[in-house]
Design a protein around this ligand. Sequence first.
Ligand SMILES: [Mn+2]
Length: 341
Amino acid sequence: MRREIIEKLRQRLEDDSLKIAIIPHISADGDAAGACSALWQVFDRVGKQARVLTCDYFPDYLKWLKRLPDAISFQKHPGECAKWLQEAGMLCMIDHNTFTREGDLEPFTRHFQGDVLMIDHHPDPIEVAYRFSDTRVSSTCELLYLLVTRLWGKEIINADIANALYTGITTDTGGFSHNSSNPRTYRVVAELLALGLDKDQVFDRLYQRNTLSRLRLEGHCLLNKMTIEEPYPLAIIPITLQELEEFHFKDGDLEGVVNMPLSIEEILVSVQVTERKERVKFSFRSKGEIPVNIWARHFFNGGGHRNAAGGQLDLPLDVCLKKLRESAAWFFSEYVNNTPL
Ligand SMILES: [Mn+2]
């Protein structure tokens, strides 16, 4: 992080009348939610007027994060969101790097008149006034920790903020299994522990709040839905809207399911295809150097990280699956140099 831009930001934040909008990406995950919670709490502590605005909702499994229940959803309160955006002098883009990831808020944010502060770790960020973007960090939460402690010192972090930041670090690295080879990530975690992080509590909140229907949905996906697409080292899990309803699906219930096929030694890529009310969503995961974000970008209006990407299509589920299987030939011949199973 460059000193000049931090100084510029420090000066901008000295303006007592400044109102701030904090915005996560659509379908917020643990990193986006953790960072929004942490940043809002930090702004509370330094006396800044801030609000978190979401185009949709934070999933239930993240609602324990402090302040998030106070976030304003555009789906529920469009007028209130638009008004705050109009009054705000600063917009914080959290864990994303283009306005297109802001769903129905995009028409408002794209023409935002004030300053934009981006805190993110995805490749190819757009140009904004205050850009803190680094693909080498584990998560937006790690970068946010580095930024706020540069601005206000470590004293600004209390136990609740530490818990929020750790939520992003642990979820974005799959429990320190990927994006987590940089020693600094562990230094940040060590500092968070010293500042009051209760990592057992975070683990309990994130991973030990299963419901019976959710566990059964996972079992159903693995037993009845997952297919191996020979000759490719590819697993596909298609899920219909009807199945989601049968298993009383709630947002977040399928979190992590797409990673499970990768625990099979031979499987290098896993794709979950989920039929939702509005559109079909794709979730891609891969091992090693295989760039599934390229596959997501070329065929499925998506993108993301090399090993974890997403996409969506406004087409029937069977058409989506056909497209996925057909484009697999291109993707595996182009980007995966291995022998078939
Ligand atoms: Mn992230």
